[in-house]
Every structure is written in structure tokens, then in C-alpha cells.
Write a protein that binds this ligand. Structure first.
Ligand code: ADP
Ligand code: MG
Length: 488
């Protein structure tokens, strides 16, 4: 039972509460398949990467890939789940041309990863979505429809690709929260390196289970939107589905449990099949595979060898560098971004400035040119040097932006040489600045009168005049201070 807080109340859509649970198929980064030695590489000629096991030739027996188990353990640890000491592979029986065995090897009653939680921010609100489980299974092949010869073929290259299916409790209450969850999960699996996260190639496929209910009512009947392979479509599909379900209910129709597909061209979801129940699959333990036994020592060894997780790293950024939580969250969006930031922060000894520049100017340039941070035209050493010159008062932020631009476009390499060549040094000679300010005050007697009468705008005008007289090289804070002193 969900208790309705004011917050969730404000999320109601036409008086209905939205309920969402996710099932995500993540393709694991092993070189070979989950039960055979065939390669998992994407994009090969059809059926060149399938072995006797993947073709389901009679008598061929599956052999468990240790690397797939290793990755399941890593995921379990990353989300604080329980790693089962013994889990069981089961046959999920169904007929489909791309599944020559007639069953998919999956885990049913006893999955390898049990429980766990994914935490993330939605705006400034902290959310946590509970996981039910994550289980290992094999992917199916693909039907290829060759319209030009009017025939379909089967490609079994994908058959047997290892998947970890990650299932949540129905904890999400809006499409925005669902997308934020999916992004966080994507970040976790790519960060720990168990999945390449390529959504276009189908390495990270989300199914969204969606239902609506009146606040306080039992869970409504869900429809499952299959294979959402972009975050944008995910939100569109859920929003459409929610509106559609509410309309049905308001018109007096009951929702039928079903599997639906999202069509990006129309922006609509449409029913593919009425949903099967677990019983339809006649699950039973696969007699070809013994239970998967994972010793505690394997789990502990993995825990010790795993690199720092994003949320742990973000907490450390807050603690060690004094950054706001928002900055820490942004900087830990990827390992590469975090590493870049840390290099700049420690070389410049100005973590907040480093954060501002990485999230600001650098991100802006990277986005504009669709570059990843690894391909940044400005090195961490250059940015650290630049930040050092802001911190020690040599140049203003505005001047620093000009230097950054020159570094980025390759017009120069050395920060100090660029500052010199462009004449960007701030005036550090107080005597000279005072003389300039005195001249400005003398030339603007009317403004001075107005300031003395309490006009703040007139003061700003004087600051502007003084900055202009120094060709922008004065430190604005220093100009402010000197003017205040002289007008007091
Ligand atoms: P199945 O075995 O049919 O796949 P599960 O009970 O495993 O069904 O649930 C699958 C997914 O659907 C889970 O992510 C779960 O949280 C979600 N779910 C279950 N009931 C609902 C509901 N009423 N509304 C939305 N999501 C739901
Ligand atoms: Mg399911």
C-alpha cells in the first residue's frame, strides 16, 4: 500500500496515480556466449557466430560462462543486493522461429541476484527504487524479413548472448521518475563495465510495466511496453500509455493485461499480444545445468576488486572537495568525467572552480561538437593552469573564457603565453587603478552627486566607466571596493 503524501498527490494525472515497474535486459560484455564459446561481437554476417549449442543441434550441451556470473555478482554488489549462494537455471518453454531449442534458458524461482536498490535524484528529490531480482538468461536469435525476396530468415548470431534481466518493484510514480531510474541504471551498468550500454544496438533494453489507479486503490492492471531503446521514446511511450489507460477507464472499459509496442512514428502504443502468465511457459529446472554455486570468497574477492561506485564517489566529492551534491552528481555521470574533474581539481587546488569549468564551459564545448570528454581539446593540465590564474587574481573569468577558447581552437597551448599575448592580465597596481578612478570621478560629477543622493544605478554607472577606462583589465571587485571607499 502506498500512502499518499502531498508530493505524490501533486503527481496525479487527471485524478489517477501512475504506477510503473521496469524489466531491463542488459547485454553482458563477455567475449563469448553464456553457454557456448561462440563470439558475441555485434554486426557479423548472419549465422557466422553460432555454435552447435546456439543452433540447438541435438545432443549439444550448455556450459556456463564464468564471466557472465562474474558480472552478475558485480551488479549485485553495486546495488547492495543479496548474491544467492545457489541459484537455479530453468527452461522457459515457448515456440518462436528464432528459438530453435523451443525453450529459453533463464532463471525463475531462484535468481542469482535478489533484492537491491537503485538510488537517484529527480530534480532535488532523492528517490529509491527497490529491485526484486536480477537473473541470468540467454538472448534469442533474430528473424530477418527480406522483403525484396519475399522471405524471412533466421540469424542465430544473437542466440545465447548473455543477458542480465533486472526487475524492479512497481515503485515509480511518473514517466520522469521512470526515465531517471533508467538513466541511473544505465550509468551503474556502464560504470562497472558489465554492459556497453549501447541502446541502438540493443545492449540495454527496457520494458516498462504501466498501470493507473485511483489514490489508495489496489494496483491496477498493467500493460507492458516492450523494448524501449531510447530515453526519449521511453518518456513519450509511458505518457501516451497513461493517457490511453485513463481514457479507457473513464469510458467504462477494463484494462486487459497485455504486451504493447511503441511506435515512434505515431507516438502511440499498440497491443502486440495479450500477456502470457508464468504458467504458460511451463518453467522447470534445466536438467542440463547444475545449480549455480557461488562461494562467499568469490563474492568478497569481487567486492575488494571493484572500483569506486558512482554514488560512493559522489559522496566523497562532497566530503573531500566541499562540492554541492548537485555538482557531485553531475561530475560522476561517467568515469571519464569524474577522472577529468579530479585531475583538474587536484592540480589547480580549486575544486569548486574546477567543477564550474568542467560542468560549464567545457561541457558546453563538448556538447556543441558532440565530443566525449576523452576527446577534449583542452587537457586537464591546461585547464588546471587556467583555473590557477583565475584563483590567483591574474585574470578575470571573462578573460579566462577567451584563453579557453584559444586553447580549444588550438590558437595557443600555454596559458601564461596566451594571457600575455592577448594582454588580459588584470590590473594589480592599486596606485594606477586609484588614479584612473579619480579621473573617472572627476569626469562624472553628476553621477557622483546622484550616488551621494542614494542612487544605486549611478554607482553601477561609475563602476562601468572605471572598467571601461581600464579596458576591462581591472578586478571588478577591487573597483567596487575603491569606489565605495572614495564615495563614502
Ligand atoms: P511477470 O512475471 O508477468 O513478468 P512480475 O510480477 O515479474 O510479472 O512483474 C513484472 C514487472 O511488472 C515488475 O517490474 C513489476 O514491478 C511490474 N508490475 C507488477 N504489477 C504492476 C502493476 N500493477 N503496475 C505496474 N507495474 C507492475
Ligand atoms: Mg517478467
Amino acid at each position: 500500500m502506498t500512502t499518499m503524501s502531498k508530493d505524490t498527490n501533486s503527481l496525479l494525472v487527471q485524478g489517477y496515480e501512475v504506477v510503473i515497474g521496469f524489466e531491463t535486459h542488459t547485454q553482458l560484455t563477455t567475449q563469448s556466449k553464456i553457454f557456448s564459446r561462440a563470439s558475441t561481437a555485434f554486426g557479423a554476417e548472419p549465422n557466422t557466430q553460432a555454435s552447435a549449442v546456439d543452433f540447438a543441434l541435438p545432443g549439444a550441451l550448455p556450459v556456463m560462462n564464468k564471466g557472465a556470473v562474474q558480472r552478475a555478482i558485480e551488479f549485485g554488489l553495486a546495488v547492495n543486493a543479496h548474491i544467492a549462494e545457489s541459484s537455479v537455471f530453468a527452461r522457459k518453454n515457448y515456440f518462436y522461429p528464432d528459438l530453435p531449442k523451443g525453450y529459453q534458458i533463464s532463471q525463475f524461482e531462484i535468481p542469482v541476484v535478489q533484492g537491491g536498490v537503485v538510488e537517484f535524484y529527480l530534480g532535488d528529490e532523492k528517490k529509491s527504487v527497490r529491485l526484486v531480482r536480477a537473473h541470468l538468461e540467454e538472448d534469442a536469435g533474430k528473424s530477418l524479413h527480406e522483403d525484396f525476396i519475399g522471405m524471412s530468415g533466421i540469424d542465430l548470431n544473437r542466440a545465447g548472448t548473455p543477458l542480465l534481466e533486472i526487475v524492479t518493484e512497481p515503485d515509480m510514480r511518473s514517466s520522469a521518475e521512470a526515465v531517471a531510474y533508467a538513466k541511473e541504471l544505465h550509468k551503474i551498468v556502464t560504470w562497472i563495465g558489465i554492459c556497453d550500454g549501447n541502446m541502438q544496438e540493443g545492449s540495454f533494453r527496457c520494458d516498462a510495466n504501466v498501470s493507473v489507479r485511483k489514490p489508495g486503490a489496489p494496483l491496477g492492471t498493467r500493460r507492458e511496453i516492450k523494448n524501449l531503446n531510447s530515453f526519449k521514446f521511453m518518456q513519450q511511450a509511458i505518457d501516451f500509455e497513461v493517457r490511453w489507460q485513463i481514457e479507457q477507464i473513464e469510458d467504462g472499459h477494463a484494462i486487459q493485461q497485455a504486451t504493447v509496442l511503441f511506435d515512434p512514428d505515431t507516438g502511440e502504443t499498440r497491443a502486440m499480444r495479450t500477456k502470457e502468465d508464468a504458467a504458460d511457459y511451463r518453467y522447470f529446472p534445466d536438467p542440463d545445468l547444475p545449480p549455480l554455486v557461488i562461494g562467499r570468497d568469490w563474492v568478497e574477492r569481487t567486492r575488494a576488486e571493484m572500483s569506486e561506485l558512482p554514488r560512493v564517489m559522489a559522496a566523497r566529492f562532497v566530503k573531500d572537495y566541499g562540492l554541492p551534491e548537485y555538482d557531485a552528481g553531475q561530475l560522476t555521470q561517467s568515469k571519464a568525467t569524474a577522472a577529468y574533474f579530479e585531475a583538474v581539481a587536484s592540480a589547480s587546488k580549486s575544486p569548486k572552480l574546477a567543477s564550474n569549468w568542467v560542468m560549464g564551459e567545457l561541457s558546453r564545448r563538448l556538447n556543441a561538437e558532440e565530443k566525449s570528454i576523452e576527446a577534449s581539446a583542452v587537457s586537464t593540465a591546461q585547464l588546471a593552469q587556467l583555473i590557477g590564474r583565475i584563483a590567483d587574481g591574474t585574470i578575470s573569468n571573462n578573460a579566462a573564457r577567451q584563453v579557453f577558447e584559444a586553447l580549444w581552437t588550438g590558437a595557443g597551448q600555454d596559458v601564461d603565453a596566451l594571457i600575455e599575448a592577448k594582454g588580459l592580465k588584470q590590473m594589480s597596481d592599486t596606485g594606477e587603478l586609484e588614479r584612473i578612478i579619480d579621473a573617472v570621478l572627476a569626469a562624472n560629477a553628476k553621477n557622483v552627486e546622484e550616488v551621494k543622493a542614494g542612487n544605486a544605478k549611478a554607482f553601477n554607472a561609475l563602476v562601468g566607466q572605471a572598467m571601461k577606462a581600464t579596458k576591462g583589465k581591472a578586478n571588478p571587485a577591487q573597483v567596487n571596493e575603491l569606489l565605495k571607499k572614495k564615495l563614502a
